[in-house]
Design a protein around this ligand. Structure first.
Ligand SMILES: *[C@@H]1O[C@H](CO)[C@@H](O)[C@H](O)[C@H]1NC(C)=O
Ligand SMILES: *[C@@H]1O[C@H](CO)[C@@H](O)[C@H](O)[C@H]1NC(C)=O
Ligand SMILES: *[C@@H]1O[C@H](CO)[C@@H](O)[C@H](O)[C@H]1NC(C)=O
Ligand SMILES: *[C@@H]1O[C@H](CO)[C@@H](O)[C@H](O)[C@H]1NC(C)=O
Ligand SMILES: *[C@@H]1O[C@H](CO)[C@@H](O)[C@H](O)[C@H]1NC(C)=O
Length: 646
């Protein structure tokens, strides 16, 4: 995962197709269209699933001429290599004279099993230029107490999460020396996690699209390999005596699109293994999680080669999962998840990766459907199903978080506690009960049992919320005021929880002011508890409804929220009726057509926000554009319009 807002990334791809129009999609693992942009725009990498044509010119960190080194091809058949995949821990104690403490060998499968579920210390050690640059505090040791107490077994970091090293090279010669202060800092954070018995994956993170982008046009492969070897020599040396709870990952989400790039990543895996072993210590027995191109299942399946010559090294394969992009990233109005088709697609992905690598320990090192841009019930179904499939296909998972979404590292408060509780119990194979929600994408209204929505002005009446109980029964429902009385305040009928008019009347009336009135905690006979937010709602209002578009400027539109402060989707229609972005969304269901993507829009406690690229696009289009902001509940009328003129 890269911070989409903070990095301008380039993907200089071969011009195999016609050029993509301004702001159109130009890349992503399932993308088959144009990968270059019209003049004045370049293809900016957003994430593994989405690149977009944005104004400007790609900047590259290397301007040298390519000296493409062909890689040695190794057999991808597992029968030609002896994998260390036994599911039991071997208790052999190995000694290395240079290390002060003994080392307990562990198989890659045991490591992966033992660290499940894992948690990423995202946007922290990998932040640019420094640990606190993306809004997180200097990581305190207590973060790992919180993570462990919650039930996570491991953390992915460059020390307990992804680290970006490129910003910490010494400026003096030799230029590829990591500053001692940074190496100390990473070691401190790694030690915090190891000391708590957490399994740790340390990696080289955003470097993959900075100096280590071997797919960039003109990339100097010799230089990249030299730098990569230099970096892993330094990291390998510093951490060579750490316990077997520490694993290494060579490079996060290596960028590329072709078989040649895939082969280059295989070569990087081999260089990595050679390098860490050469510096000694316990590195030859240390678990590593190797990666394929993009760290996505498809390119990894296509091009990853088993490392030959390193049969004794315990290794697992890591990939990342954020599919479907449109749901997990809040693109094109995709606010539902959980239909049979959605579940089948997810299962095909997880089962397919397992089938492609039958005897390899597998770990999904990053995944999430972000709370900021998803609807609660849809997200909880997604979380739960992925955990189920992880158990079914023996694949460990490591949740990606940024510090703004789940654990508040200062206050130790989990902001979306239901999310993590689903992960913890789901990983144990325990059935969770979940609020149901609309899954039919062609529906014109969407309901969710994660909320009791009541509109200002409506009479109070009983509310029926369908759940997926999954074999459990409802144990208790608590409001901030009391424990609800079953049979009086609510009743359970089949899989429905029915809240009585008499009880709801104690929470709101037709004239209660809009807002979140309470949160009901629901517990079940097994699995994670759930929450129902009680929302009195009305249609939010904007302080102004039009302005002239200004290139390159973020637009903050003051908003008066009336209920649940969350934008569900934004539709952008030009005056002539065509779409501002992504014309092809005409083929999507009605609630998705012409909708733009979270990240193009946002909100805070008092504003609806259109980020700069949107105003720029309106100016480029040369036409007034009307933005329809839609809110939850997604029902007709719960929206407001704003027009940008030119
Ligand atoms: C590529 O990098 C290597 C190693 O740093 C350097 O010796 C070589 O001159 C570079 N090649 C070009 C064409 O700049
Ligand atoms: C399994 O490998 C095949 C062949 O490379 C590929 O088409 C398929 O997408 C892979 N499955 C997954 C889930 O990536
Ligand atoms: C954590 O909570 C504190 C207190 O509510 C708040 O000031 C801070 O912004 C939060 N941190 C993050 C990263 O959200
Ligand atoms: C509901 O659960 C949350 C934790 O998930 C807790 O902070 C809150 O106090 C609980 N509220 C009630 C009314 O029990
Ligand atoms: C917003 O504009 C659309 C047409 O683009 C229209 O159908 C809808 O009624 C408008 N909504 C409001 C609240 O004016």
């Amino acid at each position: 995962m890269k911070n989409v807002l903070s990095l301008a990334l380039l993907a200089a791809l071969p011009a195999a197709f016609a050029q993509q129009t301004a702001y159109g999609q130009c890349g992503g693992v399932t993308w088959t269209g144009a990968t270059t942009c019209v003049s004045g725009y370049y293809c900016s990498y957003g994430n593994a699933y989405y690149s977009q044509c944005v104004p400007g010119t790609a900047s590259t960190t290397t301007s040298t001429t390519a000296a493409v080194t062909s890689s040695t091809t190794t057999s991808r058949s597992s029968s030609s290599t002896t994998l260390v995949t036994s599911s039991t821990t071997t208790s052999a104690t190995v000694s290395a004279s240079a290390c002060p403490t003994a080392f307990t060998s562990i198989s890659a499968q045991s490591f992966i099993t033992n660290m499940n579920p894992g948690w990423n210390l995202g946007n922290t050690l990998d932040a640019v230029p420094d640990e606190t640059s993306w809004g997180n505090i200097l990581t305190p040791a207590s973060v790992f107490d919180d993570v462990k107490a919650k039930g996570f077994k491991g953390v992915r970091l460059p020390a307990p999460e992804p680290v970006t090293w490129a910003d910490h090279f010494s400026t003096s010669s030799p230029s590829w020396t990591v500053t001692p202060a940074w190496m100390d800092r990473v070691e401190t954070v790694v030690d915090y996690a190891l000391a708590r018995g957490l399994y740790v994956i340390l990696n080289v993170h955003h470097d993959s699209w900075e100096w280590a982008d071997f797919s960039a046009s003109g990339a100097n492969i010799t230089m990249i390999e030299e730098k990569f070897v230099s970096l892993w020599t330094q990291i390998g040396t510093r951490f060579k005596c750490k316990s077997s709870l520490l694993a290494f990952e060579p490079l996060n989400e290596p960028v590329g699109t072709t078989a040649e790039h895939g082969a280059q990543m295989n070569r990087m895996n081999m260089l990595f293994l050679k390098t860490i072993r050469a510096v000694g210590g316990y590195n030859a027995q240390r678990v590593v999680t190797l990666v394929g191109l993009g760290e996505d299942s498809i390119k990894t399946s296509q091009w990853f080669e088993f490392p030959s010559g390193y049969e004794s090294q315990p290794w697992a394969l890591q990939y990342h999962y954020y599919s479907p992009y449109m749901f997990t990233f809040g693109a094109w109005g995709a606010t539902t998840w959980g239909s049979d088709a959605d579940k089948t697609t997810m299962e095909a992905d997880i089962a397919g990766m397992r089938a492609n690598f039958t005897d390899v320990p597998l770990i999904i090192g990053e995944w999430n459907a972000f709370a900021a841009n998803t609807e609660n019930a849809a997200r909880w179904k997604y979380y739960d199903h992925l955990m189920k499939l992880g158990v079914k296909y023996n694949t460990a998972t490591v949740l990606w978080v940024t510090g703004w979404d789940d654990l508040n590292r200062s206050t130790h408060v989990w902001r979306n506690e239901v999310d993590v509780n689903i992960v913890i119990s789901g990983t144990k194979g325990i059935a969770n009960s979940l609020p149901d929600s609309t899954t039919d994408t062609s529906a014109t209204t969407q309901s969710s049992s994660a909320f009791i929505f009541h509109k200002v002005g409506d009479a109070v009446s009983a509310q029926t919320l369908p759940f997926q109980l999954n074999g459990n029964t409802v144990s208790s429902i608590k409001s901030s005021a009391k424990t609800l009385v079953a049979g009086t305040d609510y009743s359970v009928s089949g899989a429905n929880i029915v809240f009585a008019t008499s009880y709801l009347s104690t929470l709101y009336s037709a004239t209660t002011a809009a807002g979140i009135l309470d949160t009901l905690n629901v517990t079940f006979s097994a699995g994670a508890g759930s929450q129902i937010q009680v929302v009195q709602w009305d249609v939010p209002t904007l302080s102004t409804t039009t302005s002239k578009a200004v290139t390159g400027t973020d637009l903050y539109i003051p908003i008066t929220w009336k209920g649940y402060n969350h934008i569900a989707a934004v539709r952008a229609l030009k005056a002539d009726g065509t779409y501002l972005f992504d014309d092809w969304t005409v083929y999507l269901p009605a609630l998705q057509q012409a909708r733009i993507t979270y990240g193009q829009y946002g909100w805070d406690s008092s504003n609806a926000i259109l980020w700069a690229a949107v105003q720029t696009a309106v100016v480029s289009a040369g036409q007034a554009t009307t933005f329809m902001f839609e809110f939850f509940p997604r029902v007709p009328g719960n929206s407001v319009n704003y027009t940008l003129t030119v």
